[in-house]
Each structure stands twice: as structure tokens, then as C-alpha cells.
Design a binder for this molecule. Structure first.
Ligand code: B1M
Length: 207
């Protein structure tokens, strides 16, 4: 069923992806397995095809919609019941970058672990993170970037936070980003994936 889910995702068949996620849940497949062995590998396979010019932006967009619909079905099952609020995280994909699947996944995992999430969406300018963090009393600002051309925007956010004297730690992630890069731009945290983002943010808010 998970292979079928990958194929449906790549083909951008949103109702089929939703129905396969529901069927897998009904059959008792853990939400984490559906995510890590169904949806994410499907997106990775599509990424290879995209790189090789076997599929193009319209197909990838349709698949992304199917992925987000599948994630939405999984969300209640990834969430842990009865977790006390652990603070506010402002999250968004940086300016110039429209990729939102990884960011949505990180937001979902954090929500499931008891954080209140203020999701600013994609293409977010540095000053918007600052405004939202201030308005919502955020404990952490989380940034996502998927392009080597937009990861430089992360530095602009760190600088805007410093300039505003906000004192809110910035945690970064996304495929081209590394811990070394986080150090270079004075970001306080880095996470390679959504599960690590929960750990990293937990470590930072506990300090
Ligand atoms: Co784009 N794209 N794309 N794309 N796209 C990539 C990223 C690319 C690697 C494809 C490739 O060439 N192989 C390549 C980037 C090359 C580079 O710069 N290194 C690329 C390109 C070039 C482009 C365009 C420039 C193409 C063009 O126009 N010529 C263009 C740019 C548009 C823009 O943003 N301005 C573009 C457009 C698009 C679509 C709009 C069509 C679509 C996005 C739709 C959407 O998101 N709603 C799209 C997609 C879907 C992809 C691929 C295929 C899949 C990305 C994805 O969702 N992965 C991608 C290829 C790939 O990644 N294999 C590709 C699944 C997701 C779960 O993983 O986002 O990595 P990811 O998130 C992970 C971790 O990175 C981490 O946790 C997540 C879960 O574990 N993480 C964080 C992410 N954010 C975090 C934040 C944190 C912590 C961890 O905060 C604390």
C-alpha cells in the first residue's frame, strides 16, 4: 500500500493519496511509517525525476498538493494527546522561496509536541518574522529554505532579530542548510529533519 501511495503522490492524485493514507491508518499502520516509508520517499522519487527533467513544475506542484493533503490526514495521528503548551514558535519559508512541504511537516510535528505555531507561510520577509515574534511572544523563530539561492535570506532574518533586540533564538533547516552554516550566520539552532527540529527546539527552550 505504501508503494501505491508513492505512485499516487508522484502522479498528483490527491483523492487517491488521501484515501490510501486513511486505508493505511485503518489497517493499523503507524502514522510515522506512513510518513517515512510512504509520503516522504514518494516526494524524494519525484525530486530525482524533477532533477533529471523527467517531470516539470506543473506536475511537481500537483504532487505537492497531494502531499500536503496526505500530511493533513496524518496530522491528528502524529499529534500527541494532552500535551501542555510548550511555547510559541513562529515558522515560515524565507523570502523568495515557495517550498512549503518541509516547513509544514516541521510545523505539524511541533504542534503535535505541544507548541503553539504561528505559520507565516512562504516567501516571508525578515521583518515579518520579527513582527510576528514580537506580537505572539514567540520563544523560537524557525526558518525553512530549500534553495541555495534563498538560504542567504536566513542571515538577513538573524540580523533583523539582532537589530530589533528581540533576543529570540533562530533555528534553521531545509535541504541545502547545514549546522556549519547555522554557525556562520549566528543562528542558535539547526535541524536536518522534522523530528530533529522538535528535539533541537526542545533543547533551546529548556535553556
Ligand atoms: Co523545487 N527545487 N524549485 N519546487 N523542489 C528542489 C528543492 C530542488 C532540489 C530540485 C532539484 O533540482 N533536484 C531544486 C533546488 C536546487 C538548489 O537550490 N539546491 C529546486 C528548484 C531549482 C526549484 C525552482 C528554482 C525550479 C525552477 O523554477 N526552475 C523553483 C523555485 C521556486 C521558488 O521557491 N522560488 C522550484 C519550484 C518548486 C515547486 C513550486 C514546483 C515545488 C514546491 C511546491 C511546494 O512546496 N508547495 C517544488 C518541489 C516540490 C521540489 C522538490 C521536488 C521536493 C521538495 C520537498 O517538498 N521535499 C525538491 C527536490 C527534493 O527535495 N528532492 C525541489 C519533501 C520535504 C518533506 O522535504 O522540504 O527537504 P524538505 O524538508 C525536510 C528537511 O529539509 C527539513 O525537514 C523536512 C522534513 O524532514 N526541513 C526543516 C525543512 N525545513 C525545515 C525547517 C526547520 C527544520 C528542518 O526549521 C527549524
Amino acid at each position: 500500500m505504501l508503494k501505491e501511495m508513492q505512485d499516487a503522490l508522484i502522479a498528483g492524485k490527491k483523492p487517491e493519496v488521501e484515501s490510501l493514507v486513511e486505508q493505511a491508518l485503518d489497517a493499523g499502520t503507524p502514522a510515522g511509517t506512513i510518513l517515512n516509508e510512504g509520503l516522504i520517499p514518494g516526494m524524494a522519487r519525484l525530486g530525482v525525476q524533477f532533477k533529471n527533467n523527467e517531470v516539470f513544475i506543473p506536475e511537481v506542484l500537483v504532487a505537492a498538493r497531494a502531499m500536503n493533503a496526505g500530511l493533513a490526514k496524518l496530522e491528528p495521528h502524529l499529534a500527541k494527546a494532552g500535551v501542555k503548551p510548550r511555547g510559541v514558535v513562529v515558522i515560515g519559508t524565507v523570502k523568495g522561496d515557495l517550498h512549503d512541504i518541509g516547513k509544514n511537516l516541521v510545523a505539524m510535528m511541533l504542534r503535535g509536541n505541544g507548541y503553539k505555531i504561528v505559520d507565516l507561510g512562504v516567501d516571508v520577509a525578515p521583518e515579518r518574522y520579527v513582527e510576528a515574534a514580537r506580537a505572539n511572544g514567540a520563544g523560537v523563530i524557525a526558518l525553512s529554505a530549500l534553495l541555495t539561492t534563498t538560504m542567504v535570506q536566513m542571515r538577513a532574518v538573524v540580523e533583523a532579530v539582532e537589530k530589533a533586540g528581540l533576543g529570540v533564538p533562530v533555528v534553521i533547516g531545509g535541504a541545502p542548510v547545514t549546522r556549519e552554516y547555522a554557525g556562520q550566520i549566528r543562528a542558535q539552532g539547526y535541524a536536518p529533519d522534522a523530528a530533529s527540529a522538535v528535539e533541537e527546539i526542545g533543547r533551546i527552550v529548556a535553556v
